[in-house]
Design a protein around this ligand. Structure first.
Ligand SMILES: [Fe+2]
Length: 316
């Protein structure tokens, strides 16, 4: 059973336990999320002005939009206001900032399906982030920038939190992906040939769509099966997401049960402490390392993360 909690007042410890058991939490906008959404709206307006960013597909080619996004998305990731607002947003939801580590926020876009659904605006097939080397304790925070419609939202398959899906996650290694594939994202405008972990057949369930207001949050385990639904509306969807891990859970190896994720490598080096942007201690990262981590691969990746090539961010 999946319980969906609205504006829950559970403590963070209780909430994480529920998230690892498959619950989903939906929150109303706060001062912090409204400010973050306003920043995103402002940057989109500046990039696409005077055209409504939700209708840009009626005015520009996929290549033109991809070129604009390849500048806009990294500018958002590295905007100093984001580093201030993310901790504020987590504090507003009762998270202990000394103990939470987050990955930089991404801006995502989902265009009407005939227009642009690959490369830098990749439309995500059903997946778990844990198929992409995320640890079982990763939590995802997701918010829309403009009002959502059911057919340009995120889709969830709560049934498959506890029911395995046959998939190809064993082909995915985080370090190899970062080394080989990320730079190609901006070039893959009209089709996407990169190997991604996928379900091996159709999902035997109907997706559930949650439609919070702009600045409202869907908080869920990275082990939930979720997707970007095919956008059959006439409006582009823009959203912000970031991921967190709690150091107590990292240390104790708590998290969602692993029912079908076999990816290798770990995203543990990506998360930064909310108070001072420190990385997780090496001895804790080592708990999640496997034999695929070698100095050159990990260092190369670290290098790349700092640069503008992180336009779309970890693809998961
Ligand atoms: Fe995802």
């Amino acid at each position: 059973m999946t319980t969906v909690n609205f504006d829950s007042t559970l403590s963070d410890d209780e909430r994480r336990a529920r998230l690892y058991a498959g619950d989903i939490f939906i929150y109303s906008p706060t001062a912090g999320t409204k400010a973050l959404v306003a920043l995103a709206q402002e940057m989109l307006a500046e990039a696409f002005g005077p055209i409504d960013p939700q209708k840009i597909q009626d005015h520009k080619t996929p290549e033109e939009v991809a070129a604009i996004l390849s500048v806009l998305k990294p500018a958002f990731i590295h905007h100093p206001e984001c580093k201030r607002l993310l901790p504020q947003i987590m504090a507003e939801r009762g998270v202990d900032l000394e103990k939470v580590y987050f990955d930089v926020p991404r801006m995502r876009s989902a265009y009407p399906s005939h227009f642009l659904s690959s490369g830098i605006a990749y439309a995500f097939h059903p997946h778990r982030d844990t198929w992409y080397s995320a640890p079982m304790c990763q939590l995802n925070w997701w918010m829309p920038i403009f009002p959502l419609l059911a057919d340009n939202a995120m889709g969830f398959y709560p049934k498959h939190f506890s029911t395995p899906v046959e998939n190809s996650s064993e082909t995915y290694n985080y370090y190899e992906w970062n080394t080989n594939s990320r730079a190609a994202a901006a070039q893959n405008v009209r089709s996407d040939t990169r190997q991604q972990p996928k379900a091996k057949g159709p999902i035997d369930a109907v997706s559930v769509r949650y439609l919070p207001q702009p600045g409202g949050i869907i908080l869920f385990s990275g082990a939930q099966l979720h997707e970007t639904v095919e956008n059959t509306t006439d409006f582009a969807r823009y959203s912000i997401d970031f991921r967190t891990v709690h150091i107590d859970d990292v240390r104790e190896r708590r998290g969602a049960p692993n029912i079908d994720s076999r990816s290798t490598g770990t995203t543990m080096r990506d998360y930064l402490r909310a108070t001072d942007l420190a990385k997780l201690p090496d001895e804790l990262i080592a708990l999640y390392d496997d034999q695929t981590a070698s100095d050159d691969k990990v260092l190369y990746f670290g290098d790349r993360l700092a640069g503008a090539s992180a336009a779309q961010g970890p693809l998961r």
